[in-house]
Design a protein around this ligand. Structure first.
Ligand code: ZN
Length: 276
């Protein structure tokens, strides 16, 4: 998990560099009045938005996947979500289990780490890919981009019009609120994916048990061999444990037990309601 964190930092440093370079370059040609400064910010953020897939593949050292099976699972997940836009598929050769969606309106992509596709079974992998495609379908990158852009525009506006302290406080709150926004988008992607068909919620839960819990305890070649009924018991114990260790404000994802709990509820709702 630590390595994953470092890779994100690499991406944020690259992003910050792009924004700073574009902003500074434009500012050389424009007067430093409020309207022009706001325009500079807008252009710098547009540059970042369009360059973000390149920055992300550099930071994560992602390579285009030519794994036929993986590409087929991505097509299958896209079909489940009725997502008709082309998705580029990348592989990240790191030791942790993870997947992510990234890109912009002209280049949409998903990246999967090599151990993830090797550890999850077919259905778990499709469920995780559906969660990632749900991010693309829900336009989560764009929502977060607009949010960050707005915080910056408000910050610049306030620093021109009011005091630096006041604008700084607003900026700080804006940045802090990015965490609950991110968690909300994660939950929404889980829900969007789960309602596509009746088995996604169950297998997304199983995959999360492996990604979020087992991979911190066991090597991948052991996780791979754990039978489904055993995953079921581990999942139940996680749901009913009040392990709130990861229940922090600064988390980008909802706590594992909370995610498993609502996925379990959706699974029950979609599969067992006829018997109750
Ligand atoms: Zn996600």
């Amino acid at each position: 998990m630590k390595i994953f964190f470092v890779l994100w930092w690499k991406y944020y440093i690259l992003s910050f560099a792009v924004i700073l370079i574009v902003e500074t370059t434009i500012s050389l040609f424009l007067p430093s009045t409020l309207p022009f400064t706001l325009l500079e910010i807008l252009f710098a953020f547009l540059a970042w938005y369009f360059l973000s897939p390149v920055l992300l593949t550099i930071a994560f050292r992602g390579t285009k996947s030519n794994d036929e099976n993986l590409l087929r699972y991505v097509s299958y997940a896209s079909a489940l979500l009725n997502f008709r836009k082309g998705v580029h598929v990348y592989e990240v050769n790191e030791k942790f289990l993870n997947a992510m969606a990234f890109g912009n309106i002209i280049y949409r992509a998903i990246a999967v780490t090599t151990p993830l596709k090797e550890t999850l079974n077919e259905r778990e992998l499709v469920a995780v890919l559906s969660h990632e495609i749900a991010h693309l379908k829900n336009m989560d990158t764009e929502i977060q981009w607009i949010y960050i852009l707005l915080i910056n525009l408000v910050y610049v506006y306030l620093s021109y019009e009011t005091s630096l302290i006041y604008s700084g406080i607003v900026l700080l709150f804006g940045v802090l609120l990015m965490f609950p926004l991110h968690r909300y988008l994660e939950k929404r992607a889980d829900i969007t994916a789960s309602y596509t068909t009746n088995w996604i919620a169950k297998y997304l839960g199983d995959a999360l048990v492996k990604i979020g819990y087992l991979s911190t305890q066991l090597p991948t070649y052991i996780i791979k061999e754990i039978p489904e009924f055993q995953i079921f018991y581990i999942k139940q114990s996680l749901i009913y444990s009040n392990r709130n260790g990861d229940n922090s404000f600064f988390k980008t994802h909802p706590p594992l037990n909370e995610r498993l709990k609502y996925l379990n509820e959706i699974d029950t709702k979609l599969n067992f309601t006829q018997y109750t």
